[in-house]
Ligand binder design. Structure first.
Ligand SMILES: CC(C)(COP(=O)(O)OP(=O)(O)OC[C@H]1O[C@@H](n2cnc3c(N)ncnc32)[C@H](O)[C@@H]1OP(=O)(O)O)[C@@H](O)C(=O)NCCC(=O)NCCS
Ligand SMILES: CC(=O)OP(=O)(O)O
Length: 332
């Protein structure tokens, strides 16, 4: 069974209520219909009522009460959300009038549904940028108390029969933290390792990636990565993590053995931590578009409740997969 089918089957065992902020987008609506048909989730689509119903009719599917529609302009929840928004943001100078406008923004409305317990998780970003999608999650749902920061990862499902013999890996952070320092990089590694266990069920082996392997180059960018490895080894001695490693040394057993002899992670890593967002975002898109991997993300980690982003280049199948991931996060 494929990794993505496995995720969907696990999600279907404990379906959640997921709210999608872009109910006017045909890929989102088609992905929602597939998720309902697979028993993964009950869905609320946020958008203008007529437009969302038109998109639903275009799918030709009969999904009955498993898909609801909320229009922020007319919803009975909007006043409650305006009040919550005002309470949350008044210390930033937000007025009641601005809060009332913000509560009608579909991204804010969807995040509010999760914050206030009307849904278990939210997915957006098929149309909105990552900055806007993530900002709504940060401001309204907020960081979990025990998380040092919010970051993101992609679940990369390799094509079946990949010559490496691998089926799936975690790539972090390819979507959110632009230029993490060594402490932040270590925190992204710890969170991504936990996400690997949670979603793939695999024991994590974490590679902190660089253009250098074990001192082959000297530069402050390399020192940042090796400092992050020292922090991990000091604070999380039980987590198999190594670096700095080039991607080939992290992924290919023979190259790992030659460039980083003695490392138990080199050549066998399943959690790849990129040194910054340039490397991570470019790297995941190359693996997806040239390598043929399915890329599910950016999945957010470190929030107090599940909220996830998509790439604007996503397909309906990507939306269904992200609903499955969000359901699994909500039920853990
Ligand atoms: C996510 C992002 C928008 C946050 O930017 P920002 O300028 O800090 O945004 P805001 O100031 O509006 O942040 C909202 C709040 O979240 C907090 N915050 C920002 N980043 C955070 C993080 N990683 N973890 C926890 N909290 C964070 C801010 O401190 C702020 O708190 P406050 O409202 O109490 O002051 C920014 O990091 C970003 O644009 N990242 C890149 C996104 C992108 O384009 N990715 C490529 C495509 S996937
Ligand atoms: C994750 C990502 O790169 O998002 P987008 O393609 O929408 O910028």
């Amino acid at each position: 069974m494929s990794v993505l089918q496995g995720l969907q089957d696990r999600a279907a065992a404990r379906p959640a209520h997921i709210v999608l902020s872009e109910g006017h987008d045909p890929r989102v609506v088609a992905g929602a219909v597939s998720a309902v048909q697979a028993g993964i989730a009950r869905i609320t689509l946020v958008g203008t009522t007529d437009e969302v119903h038109r998109q639903l009719a275009d799918t030709g599917a009969s999904v009955g009460p498993m898909i609801a529609v909320e229009d922020p302009q007319t919803s009975s929840l909007t006043d409650e959300f305006a009040q919550t928004y005002f309470d949350l943001r008044k210390h930033k100078g937000v007025s009641e009038d601005i809060a009332a406008i913000q509560a009608r923004d579909p991204l804010v409305f969807a995040a509010m549904m999760v914050r206030n317990g009307h849904a278990d998780g939210t997915v957006g970003g098929a149309v909105a940028t990552t900055s806007d999608t993530v900002r709504a999650a940060l401001q309204i749902i907020g960081k979990a108390k025990d998380a040092p920061l919010v970051s993101s990862f992609f679940l990369m499902a390799l094509p079946e029969g990949h010559p490496s013999g691998r089926s799936a890996m975690i790539f972090g952070d390819c979507g959110l933290v632009i230029d993490p320092n060594a402490e932040e990089l270590a925190a992204i590694a710890v969170a991504s390792a936990a996400s690997c266990k949670q979603l793939l069920g695999d024991a994590p082996k974490v590679a902190l990636l660089s253009f250098s392997t074990k001192g082959s180059a000297r530069h402050p960018a390399v020192t940042k990565v090796s400092d992050a490895v020292e922090i991990l080894q000091r604070d999380h001695p039980d987590l198999p993590a190594d670096g700095e490693l080039q991607f080939d040394a992290a992924f290919v057993p023979e190259v790992g053995a030659s460039k980083a002899p003695g490392s138990t992670v080199a050549g066998h890593a399943n959690v790849m931590i990129f040194p910054n967002l340039d490397a991570g975002n470019i790297g995941y898109k190359i693996a997806q578009r040239i390598g043929g991997a399915d890329a599910i993300g950016p999945v957010l980690q470190g929030l107090s409740k599940p909220a996830n982003d998509l790439s604007r280049g996503c397909t309906a199948q990507d939306v269904t997969n992200m609903i499955a991931v969000t359901t699994l996060q909500a039920s853990s």
